[in-house]
Structures are given as structure tokens and as C-alpha cells.
Write a protein of this length. Structure first.
Length: 180
């Protein structure tokens, strides 16, 4: 029988990452470099588009979290194109609407996140970073619905395109194809 202190330490270490599967260094580097290249591509193109059309908002803050899913977990249902694009866009619309209808941010932010989660369930586009998009819209006092199209939808489309190109070039299938 194990010593009680050893058992306690083993059980406690679980909460410090003990449930994470081991990942080869090659895959860690592939994912990290992909996120770097993909985000550089998206942000550069989005900034150029923003300057071209005269829009100051060209970046959505949760894009890094979306990049983690697309580049590190490309097989996840929550990293698929529909989830990324529709989840982020829907959540931006919900967040902007909550910002307009509810004056108090302490109520509008959790309501925006929870309504966006419900909407993502209904549209079958669950994407965890999208709940942050809804809260960011409220927190940033974003009142223009244009924000849901650019930067949110455009950045999401560009990220998915970058993820598809990179993943397929490096031997990962993205997006998932339905099983036959």
C-alpha cells in the first residue's frame, strides 16, 4: 500500500496537468509554428483590409484561442470551419445586441456569453473562444454590427483558410471529412 503522502501528491499532481496527454515535441513545434504563421497571415491581411476600407477595428482579441484549436487540435469538432466562423460571428452579434439592450455591463457580459452558447448549441457551432467574443463586444462597447462581419467573420475565415493550408501541408487533415 502506498504511503498516504505519496498518494496525496499523486492525486494533487493530477490538477497540475496530470490529465493532459503526452504530445511529441515535433507536434508541439508543428502546432506552435502553425499558430505563429497563421496569426501573422491573418493579422497582416486584416490590418491591410482595415486600412483599405478605413476601419480601425481589424482584430478580434480571442483569435489566439481560436488559433490554438485550429492549429493544435485540428480534429476537434470545435475547431472545424463552421464552428469557428459561425460561432465567432454569431457571438459577436449577440454581444453587440446585449450591449445595446442592456446598459449594465455586469449583467450584459454574462448574458451575452450565455446567449451565445445557447445560439451555438442551436446552430451546432460550439467554439469556446466565441463566448469570449460576445463578452468582448460588451466590454469594448462595440455598437456597430459591422464588427461581426469585419473583423470577426473575416478574421475567422482567414484563420480557417490558413489552418487548412498549413495542416494539409504538414500532414494533418483539416477540416475533418465525414466518415463514410
Amino acid at each position: 500500500m502506498k504511503h498516504p503522502i505519496q498518494a496525496f501528491i499523486k492525486n494533487s499532481l493530477f490538477y497540475l496537468g496530470g490529465d493532459q496527454p503526452p504530445v511529441a515535441w515535433r507536434e508541439r513545434l508543428r502546432s506552435s509554428f502553425g499558430a505563429l504563421a497563421g496569426l501573422l497571415f491573418v493579422l497582416t491581411l486584416a490590418k491591410m483590409l482595415g486600412e483599405f476600407v478605413g476601419v480601425s477595428e481589424w482584430l478580434m482579441a480571442s483569435l489566439g484561442a481560436s488559433a490554438l484549436l485550429v492549429f493544435a487540435l485540428p480534429q476537434s469538432p470545435m475547431a472545424q470551419p463552421w464552428a469557428v466562423i459561425a460561432g465567432n460571428t454569431l457571438s459577436a452579434v449577440v454581444g453587440i445586441t446585449c450591449m445595446h439592450w442592456i446598459g449594465e455591463p455586469l449583467l450584459a457580459m454574462p448574458l451575452a456569453a450565455s446567449l451565445s452558447i445557447m445560439g451555438m448549441f442551436v446552430l451546432r457551432c460550439l467554439h469556446p473562444p466565441a463566448a469570449a467574443v460576445a463578452m468582448i463586444a460588451v466590454l469594448g462597447h462595440i455598437g456597430a454590427y459591422r464588427y461581426a462581419f469585419f473583423p470577426v467573420m473575416i478574421d475567422s475565415v482567414l484563420l480557417v483558410l490558413a489552418g487548412a493550408a498549413y495542416s494539409n501541408l504538414t500532414g494533418k487533415r483539416y477540416p475533418n471529412r465525414p466518415a463514410k
